[in-house]
Design a protein around this ligand. Structure first.
Ligand SMILES: Cc1ncc(COP(=O)(O)O)c(C=O)c1O
Ligand SMILES: [Zn+2]
Length: 444
């Protein structure tokens, strides 16, 4: 008797056999994995999970593979860090940061890829592929390498160089496409059909998406098997956002946590915010954005597959979906790095900026327990903070550097040179005070 009983259409509930399919034959709606709840309830417990090794497979009963894989990267069990200083800056007494930039390829995409790759092997695929906004490419490339499979990663040609470098380092064939993510996604559907590759986020999407639930399981377990009042989640396709909610619901259904209302705040960049715009305008479906224009390339999906589900979740949970400027994202990246020691990528900056905005407009209260998901690493998007990266740069903001330090700025290895350097540094920039700023994310 298998735990995984069928696939089912989220829109019309038509059932489909368990296989590498992803759209409903009746209405073209998205398919989701259905489990045998009774079987899971009879076998799962906090004690059993707690006794297992770290990583996402400690929750394997709740994941859509028949058997936990023997090979694969060590994914998950990332820290949930109490953010005292950032919390003070934002006026939140209990703030937690889920630092998912510490996964093997430095983003939460390792979770979804681990699940999709395991399932792809169960289905007998011999090639992994993906349509990516950047992070997925590295995750697929690394996972394929560890399994000894070839990988093909399709990315917009203008993504961050570090993300291209990473995917190539892991041995992927990188296909840079002169187009948007949405164009690449459409292309991938065709390639998957023609060549029979396992595109983790296309023909294996029902399984892939389930991997995001592990973030919810970990957050609840790390809080001592409790749910928070608010979670703040970045949105590209909306899959992560909706699957975190599904993960919490399952924990309640299987008696692992007490029921507790959670408000879901979504984060999108203004230059590509189809879900946030639809939320503001009271629409049920996002209006696609043709040409994303944002520094937050990892979230630049103009036609989000799970946009309607994300909107419904924001509304029924009493949350919201916030659109934030690139300037606010950059300020939030620096605020998080300087106060919490986490250098998060643009998606994380966008998430903290959305959190600040939701706090400022009263959606989040001072005494709420809040968890923000930091899903990627800042070393992948350094140009967001340097002089070359953004037209949205604030002129008076000190720049970070990503290239070699110019000869004129280097000093000799002597104490006199240090004294000279300190004097000129003080002229350039006052030493920061410990006082919280009035409005930490205001940007010019
Ligand atoms: C760092 C990061 N965070 C969040 C997301 C959002 O993922 P989703 O498509 O599940 O909304 C992405 C997607 O690429 C990402 O790269
Ligand atoms: Zn259907």
């Amino acid at each position: 008797m298998s735990r995984i009983t069928e696939l089912r259409c989220r829109a019309c509930a038509t059932s489909a056999p368990v296989g590498p399919s992803y759209v409903c034959v009746r209405c073209f709606g998205p398919l989701e994995v259905v489990y045998d709840d009774d079987l899971i309830r009879a076998t799962i417990s906090r004690e059993q999970i707690g006794a297992r090794p770290a990583g996402i497979w400690r929750y394997h009963e709740l994941l859509p593979v028949d058997v936990p894989p023997e090979r694969g990267l060590p994914v998950g069990s990332t820290p949930l860090q109490r953010a005292v200083r950032l919390g003070e800056r934002l006026g939140i007494e209990r703030l937690w940061l889920k630092n998912d930039s510490l996964n093997p390829t430095l983003s939460f995409k390792d979770r979804v890829v681990a699940v999709a790759a395991a399932r792809a092997q169960e289905f007998g695929f011999d090639t992994l592929a993906c349509a990516s906004t950047g992070n997925l490419a590295g995750a697929v490339a690394a996972a394929a390498g560890v399994l000894g499979l070839p990988s093909y990663v399709f990315v917009p040609a203008d993504i961050e160089p570090a993300k291209i470098c990473q995917a190539l380092a892991f041995g992927a064939r990188l296909v840079p496409v002169d187009g948007t993510y949405d164009e690449i996604n459409r292309l991938s559907i065709e390639v998957a059909d023609e060549l029979g590759w396992a595109f983790v986020n296309v023909n294996l999407r029902p399984y892939y998406a389930e991997g995001s639930k592990t973030l919810a399981y970990e957050v609840a377990e790390q809080l001592g098997w409790r749910l928070p009042d608010v979670v703040v989640v970045p949105i590209a396709s909306g899959s992560l956002y909706t699957k975190v909610a599904k993960g919490f619901d399952e924990l309640v259904r299987f008696g692992l946590v007490e029921a507790h209302p959670v408000r879901f705040i979504g984060a999108q960049p203004e230059g590509c915010a189809p879900v946030a715009d639809a939320f503001r305008d009271g629409l049920e479906h996002p209006v696609p954005i043709e040409k994303p224009r944002t520094l937050v390339k990892s979230l630049a999906i103009g036609s989000p597959a799970d946009g309607a589900s994300a909107l419904a979740l924001a509304r029924r949970s009493g949350g919201s979906i916030e659109a934030v400027s690139d300037g606010a994202t950059r300020a939030a990246m620096r605020l998080t790095a300087e106060n919490e020691g986490i250098f998060t990528e643009t998606a994380g900056g966008c998430t903290i900026a959305a959190l600040a905005q939701a706090r400022a407009n009263g959606l989040i209260r001072a005494d709420d327990e809040v968890v923000a998901l930091l899903t990627g690493n800042g070393l992948k998007t350094p140009e967001a903070l340097d002089s070359s990266g953004s037209a949205a740069r604030d002129e008076d903001e000190p720049l970070l550097e990503t290239g070699p330090v110019p000869a004129a700025r280097r000093i000799k290895p002597t104490f006199a040179a240090v004294e000279g350097w300190l004097a000129s540094d003080r002229r350039r920039k006052p030493v920061p005070s410990a006082d919280p700023l009035q409005s930490p994310l205001s940007v010019g």
